[in-house]
Design a protein around this ligand. Sequence first.
Ligand code: NDP
Length: 433
Amino acid sequence: KERDPHEEEFYQAVKEIFDSLAPYLAEHPKYQQFGILERLVEPDRFISFRVPWVDDQGAVQVNRGYRVQFNAAIGPYKGGLRFHPTVNSSIVKFLAFEQIFKNALTGQPIGGGKGGADFDPKNKSNAEIMRFTQSFMTELSKHIGPNVDVPAGDIGVGGREINYMVGQYRKLRGSSEAGVFTGKGVDIGGSLTRAESTGYGVIYFVENMLKEFNESLTGKKIIVSGSGKVSIYAMEKAIELGARVVACSDSSGYIYDEKGIDLETVKRLKEVEGKRISAYAEEHDHSSFYGGEKIWQVACDIALPCATQNELDENDASTLIHNGVSIVAEGANMPCTLKAVEQFRENHVGFAPSKAANAGGVAVSALEMAQNSARVSWTFEEVDRQLKEIMQNIFDQSLSAGRQYKCEDNLIDGANIAGFKRVADAMIAQGVL
Ligand code: NDP
């Protein structure tokens, strides 16, 4: 912490994992002997670079780009790119660090990485987005490749941005390496189900939690923060399985619809028209928009934070608990503060940590890499079947590690221990590097 005191989110992510590991490490001294913790917290490589581009008025703009290649003990670096004004070294390091353990939990051969830029895609023209992503890729292309580092999307980076980056990479390299990116458009080598996979995966994970109590999603009242890629497909699968999603949000506030959110409207507003979520209430008389307010005040059975880090704090946790929430599953990365998580634990709320619950996206990215290598394309049903199986495995591993080392149904410690074990054992096997 003395080396980089400003990296608060990174230390938060490290603390969460190390707290879980303490008793496990005490029983297994080999990890200390091989310096695993000291090696784990230092990235293999931290790349930061200038991204100059010209806006529509002809003015030169400069942003900062990042790629953190954190750990490749079990496969090429894998993790998304985020374009958001809040991106800085702490954010990309916490995301890349989390990604190491998440990727290990999927059982796929992928290491941990993450990147992005402090670029704000809001209110930018299509031409500006293209010029920015091309400039970003001009530098990033020197550091990535299908067997080295395979980026994907994240906040502010979707199919359009990925396609532009794939195009620029191909132009620079003069070769057609489709496997350099995942989340591509289906017609340029992307996998069916990738767009839906993170959100669907969250719901498959929640289904597994409910099954432990012989319950299902039917009739459950759900709230979902955000209305981006993860949120939309979490809502879609939850509704398909009989739940009633009554609220969702964006950074300007939330909408509430007692009858259940009409997802087709949300998809059109967000995916096609690029509007704010408040436009929903203008079209649906029986719904309301609460500007500047947090969604967590809405009473529900299941809460799914799917927007961004630290969006749910201890006060929000108290409100949710007071209103009778029984499950909280993290669709976003680290959306709950450490104090909020503590409250959920103390009050026996079923809690699904992000590195387990939202691993479906990167798992299907690994399936996209496999399809690209083999030059094949699996059906939607086939990829969805594999996604379900992977989410079930992640749940089983996390539950059994929690039971074995903590003697309780604790999915946080369980996921941290199971992910750590796979990476740390691979590091030991390969020597001190
Ligand atoms: P999108 O950009 O598609 O959507 C993000 C949503 O969250 C938007 O509704 C956005 O609202 C809201 N949001 C973003 N930042 C803030 C903020 N600071 N305060 C309030 N609301 C905010 O991103 P994704 O859906 O791809 O990602 C969401 C989360 O899921 C992130 O934590 C990401 O790391 C994680 N994740 C994503 C995966 C994927 O496959 N896409 C995989 C695994 C994890 P607004 O438009 O108003 O900014």
